[in-house]
Write a protein that binds this ligand. Structure first.
Ligand SMILES: CC(C)(COP(=O)(O)OP(=O)(O)OC[C@H]1O[C@@H](n2cnc3c(N)ncnc32)[C@H](O)[C@@H]1OP(=O)(O)O)[C@@H](O)C(=O)NCCC(=O)NCCSC(=O)C[C@H](O)C(=O)O
Ligand SMILES: [Mg+2]
Length: 288
C-alpha cells in the first residue's frame, strides 16, 4: 500500500494576520494554507507575502503540512508570490483558479525556474466551471501536483448557485473532482464551511465529504479542526470492524467469498478494510 499522507484538517489563515500565524503553531490541524489571495486586502499583499514566506521557512510548525496560497495566474501579484513561495520551500504552493493541464505545466515550470526544492508540491484549486470540466486532465498533468483543493465559495459564485444544506448544486463538481483525484493518485480536499457558529451544519458537511471520498476538509476557523480530525479518521468502531472483517476472510481461506456480520465479504472489501487500518495507523503515528 502506498504511503498515506494525513490531511484531515487543513486550515486557511490570512497571511496578513500575525496572530493567526502564531496561533497555528498550537493547533491540532494536519495542514495550513497561509493565504495571500482572497483573505488579504490588496494594500496588504506585499507585507503578507513576506510574513507567510518567513513563517513557511521557519520550521516552527512541527508535523503540520505547511502550504502557501499565492494569488492566481494573471493577477498583479502572481509572479512575485510564486517566486517568493518557491524560495521559502513550503510543502506545497496552492494556486487558486487553475483551469487547465497547460496551466499546471506552466506553474510547475515556473516553480522549477524559481528554484523550488524538490519537496515543494503543487496543489491546484478547482473552483471554476472550466476547471470542473477539465479536472481529469488537471489532476494528472504533472507528478509535481499532489492535491486538488475544492474552492466551493468561488464555485457557488460562478454557478449563480446558493449555499444549501446537502450541497446539491455542487455534488457534480465534488464527485468529478474525487474521481479525477483517485484516477491520478493525488489527494483531494473538500471546500470550506463558512458559518463558524453552526456546529451541526459543519459536522454534516464533514460527514458528506468523508462519504464522498475526500481525504479531508479545508477550514477557516480553529473550532473546525477537532470535528474534521474526528470525521476524516477511521472511528474505533470502523477499525474494529475492519480487523474483524479481515480475520473472517482469512479464516475462510480458499473461499473467495464469506459473510461477516451478515454482509458479503470479497477480496475488494478486504482491501478497503486494510486501507482503513493503514489510515488509522498513519493518524496514530501523527499523535506520537
Ligand atoms: C472567519 C474569521 C475572520 C473569524 O475571525 P475572528 O472573529 O477573529 O475569530 P475568533 O475571535 O473566533 O478567533 C478565536 C481565536 O482563533 C484565532 N483564529 C481565528 N481564525 C483563525 C485561523 N483561520 N487560523 C488561525 N487562528 C485563527 C484568532 O486569532 C483568535 O485567537 P486568540 O486571539 O488567541 O483567541 C477568521 O477565522 C479567519 O480569518 N478565517 C480564515 C479566513 C480565510 O483565510 N479565508 C480565505 C480562504 S476561504 C476560501 O475562500 C476558499 C476558496 O478559495 C473558495 O473559493 O471557497
Ligand atoms: Mg476561491
Amino acid at each position: 500500500m502506498t504511503e498515506i499522507s494525513v490531511l484531515r484538517s487543513v486550515l486557511y489563515m490570512p497571511g496578513s494576520n500575525a496572530r493567526a500565524l502564531e496561533k497555528a503553531k498550537t493547533l491540532a490541524c494536519d495542514g495550513l494554507i497561509l493565504d495571500l489571495e482572497d483573505a488579504v486586502a490588496p494594500d496588504a499583499k506585499e507585507d503578507a507575502r513576506a510574513a507567510v514566506c518567513a513563517a513557511a521557512a521557519s520550521g516552527e510548525y512541527g508535523r503540520r503540512t505547511v502550504t502557501i496560497r499565492v494569488n492566481g495566474l494573471g493577477t498583479a501579484w502572481h509572479e512575485a508570490d510564486l517566486a517568493a513561495a518557491a524560495a521559502a520551500g513550503p510543502d506545497a504552493v496552492v494556486v487558486p483558479k487553475v483551469s487547465s493541464a497547460a496551466e499546471v505545466l506552466a506553474l510547475v515550470d515556473a516553480l522549477e525556474r524559481a528554484g523550488a526544492p524538490e519537496r515543494t508540491r503543487l496543489w491546484a484549486m478547482i473552483e471554476t466551471p472550466t476547471a470542473v470540466f477539465d479536472v481529469r486532465a488537471i489532476a494528472s498533468a504533472s507528478p509535481r501536483l499532489s492535491a486538488l483543493v475544492l474552492g466551493t465559495n468561488d464555485l457557488v459564485k460562478e454557478l449563480y448557485a446558493e449555499h444549501v444544506p446537502g450541497r446539491a448544486p455542487l455534488t457534480t463538481a465534488l464527485s468529478l473532482s474525487v474521481l479525477a483525484a483517485r484516477e491520478a493518485g493525488v489527494q483531494v480536499l473538500d471546500g470550506v464551511f463558512n458559518d463558524t457558529k453552526d456546529e451541526a451544519g459543519f459536522l454534516a458537511e464533514c460527514a458528506q465529504g468523508r462519504q464522498m471520498g475526500f481525504d479531508g476538509k479545508t477550514l477557516i476557523h480553529p473550532s473546525q479542526v477537532a470535528p474534521a480530525n474526528e470525521t476524516f479518521a477511521p472511528s474505533p468502531e470502523a477499525v474494529e470492524d475492519a480487523e474483524g472483517l479481515i480475520a473472517a476472510f482469512e479464516a475462510g481461506a480458499g473461499s473467495g467469498v464469506v459473510t461477516y456480520r451478515g454482509k458479503m465479504v470479497e477480496n475488494l472489501h478486504v482491501e478497503s478494510a486494510r486501507r482503513t487500518l493503514a489510515v488509522a495507523e498513519a493518524v496514530r503515528l501523527l499523535a506520537e
